[in-house]
Design a protein. Sequence first.
Length: 249
Amino acid sequence: MATQSQIEWTEQTWNPTTGCTKISPACTHCYAEVMAHRLRAMGVPGYRDGFNLTILPERLTQPLQRRKPTIYFVNSMSDLFHKGIPDEFLDRVFDVIRQTPQHTYQILTKRAERLPVYFKDRICPNNVWLGVSVEDRKYGVPRIDYLRKVSARIRFLSIEPLLENLGEINLDGIHWVIVGGESGPKARPMRSEWVENIKRQADAVNTAFFFKQWGGWGADGVKRHKKANGRTFQGRIWSSYPQTSPVVS
């Protein structure tokens, strides 16, 4: 079954594949890897091979069984555009998405270079929010240009974990920015001025801004549990969502 999500910006998760491989600094302390090994130990279906990439066609029909409009985060435990997932399986995933227009699907990838290749001769469904992970200048920021090449109703950035000051970034055609710090025992700190830099630029172009969490390090630079650090930035909670609009190029 698709599962209720604890992620602040979605409702449920749908994982037609599980497992992944590390490709950039954001992957160093991957929460999904830790969770996958835990689920394997519990004998949960789909995690027999731990965090090795596993394609699960039996999960494709899960959204079809839910009539209530739902926001799904697709592949919270994997990366839908991993090179090990063939186009043919992606086609099946997007076919389910097209069959369920009542749902909204948030798809996030670090394999941004595959996006314009896959969608060159395919249309991104209207109910897809397409996003890329951005953690630093070297690996993360270049992904934004690949995302911008795809005609999607909503394009978004998940800037989590934010590992450094990103400097000036081009947010043209980006409708939503999520920012968050890293959690877990080995979390790397995030500084408030890095967040402010992103928020300033998002505000300048009317891009929705969502502050997810401080993570393992608070705004005061003290390490503590992420729940204790909370998600207050500049004295308030920022939970803006993008306004849906017609497909843009």
